[in-house]
Design a protein around this ligand. Sequence first.
Ligand SMILES: Nc1ncnc2c1ncn2[C@@H]1O[C@H](COP(=O)(O)OP(=O)(O)OP(=O)(O)O)[C@@H](O)[C@H]1O
Ligand SMILES: [Mg+2]
Length: 389
Amino acid sequence: MIRFEHVTKRYADGTTAVDDLSFEVAEGELVTLVGPSGCGKTTTMKMVNRLIEPTSGQIYLDGSDISTVDPVELRRRIGYVIQQVGLFPHKTVLDNTATVPHLLGWQRKKARARAAELLDLVGLDPSVFGDRYPDQLSGGQRQRVGVARALAADPPVLLMDEPFGAVDPVVREHLQNEFLRLQSQVHKTVLFVTHDIEEAVRLGDRIAVYGEGRIEQFDPPTAVLGAPATPYVADFVGADRGLKRLSVTPIEPGDLVQPPIVHLDDPLPDAAARLAVDDPEARWAVVLDDAEHLHGWVSADALAGGGTVRDHSRRMAAWLPVGASLKQAFSTMLQHDAGWIAVLDGEHADHFLGVLTPARLHEALRRSIDADAKGGAREDVELETVSEA
Ligand SMILES: Nc1ncnc2c1ncn2[C@@H]1O[C@H](COP(=O)(O)OP(=O)(O)OP(=O)(O)O)[C@@H](O)[C@H]1O
Ligand SMILES: [Mg+2]
């Protein structure tokens, strides 16, 4: 969708901002450009919508050399979001959002309807925010209007230059999550600039790590964190990259432990017998209801008397869907002060798949690091020492 071929930008004073850059971004892909201040990220972006012309090399958009495309025509196909947002202060939120459809000559009613739809999509109720002016919004809300405006004409490509740079970390994480949700609906081809490696890792399908005017590594987040291509990249992603990696490593079914399972209406003697067969050492069992949905757990000691499992089982709130990140798993364990979490096969408390223990979490992380370093699949990695919980 976007292709750079040997692109160099030298400014008039001799500064080489971008040096012989070649890369390609696939349709629907979200690529984050990350690197220190002054390494050429903004220059790279502005060459895509021809706010800056390269000194040499070619840039292709959807197969055509953009130097042959009229810049105004080009920019209609490219949404642009910047840190300072650049909303018109004298226009309402709704009119700001409708700017591009207006310029494209849409009828006023259609443009406003589209703007309302977009505001809704970015989480701003148009009936509440539509008639406000930009200075009546919080920083995070302004940023969302900026995203809505960039999407209004439905361009296939979005350029985002530190769009969440000016908001505090909590709001930023919120905006990032919203943006990921939005992207899963709109599937734009996105170039997203940030100097925050955490943000690059969370958002990017792939990350381009910039050194001075050059890309040092262009890989998926797990590879950048797990197998930095150069000492520079290793230094940039930081010594705590194992921790960062937790947030991009999903829980897989193979990571799970299978504890004994009993059902709510099992008589206690039956449940005790089940434990004795499945795992005489087990100190607890998972409790499922008739539909095989997670109910909670029961301690082995509680199975000695009469009655049913229901009388002694406890609810379990610490669960996640498979595919959630190891970081979510870790924080769920901490939040519930739980020694394990249940893993289910869907967002809606569907079937129980198994449990993740701290030892298995650690193991999954090490496997995924090794798999990237060796270029294989995670389940093929043999760990040298594996401690069982
Ligand atoms: N108009 C210009 N004339 C001369 N040099 C420029 C010009 N614009 C940018 N530069 C230089 O080009 C280099 C790259 O700038 P660029 O704005 O692309 O960096 P950046 O990676 O976006 O940095 P930041 O993270 O601070 O936004 C810098 O050294 C900068 O000083
Ligand atoms: Mg910049």
